[in-house]
Design a protein around this ligand. Structure first.
Ligand SMILES: [Zn+2]
Length: 88
C-alpha cells in the first residue's frame, strides 16, 4: 500500500468566523419609536464593524504540513491555500 499523500509544507491564509456577528457580517439594529401612525419598530441591517461585513476575521498566514493539522488548530476556520488558491 502506497501513501500518495505528500506532506509538503503549505502556506495558508487563515480566516475564522467573526465572533461579534457569528459570521453573518451584519447586525440587526432595531429602533423603536412613535410617529403619527403609532408605535413602530424599524429594523435595519448594519455591517459588522469588526469584520467589515465579511463575516470572517483574518488571523494570518501560517505554514502546515497538511490541512488536517491546520483544522485541528483552527476547527472553525476557513483557509485558503496560497499556492493552489483553493479554499477549504
Ligand atoms: Zn463580524
Amino acid at each position: 500500500m502506497v501513501n500518495n499523500e505528500l506532506e509538503i509544507p503549505m502556506q495558508f491564509d487563515i480566516h475564522i468566523q467573526c465572533a461579534d456577528c457569528d459570521g453573518l457580517g451584519t447586525h440587526d439594529h432595531t429602533a423603536h419609536g412613535v410617529n403619527a401612525n403609532g408605535p413602530y419598530v424599524d429594523v435595519t441591517e448594519q455591517n459588522c464593524y469588526v469584520c467589515e461585513g465579511q463575516g470572517l476575521v483574518y488571523v494570518g498566514r501560517e505554514t502546515y504540513d497538511n490541512l488536517s493539522d491546520l483544522k485541528s488548530d483552527y476547527p472553525e476556520s476557513i483557509v485558503q491555500n496560497i499556492e493552489t488558491r483553493k479554499w477549504a
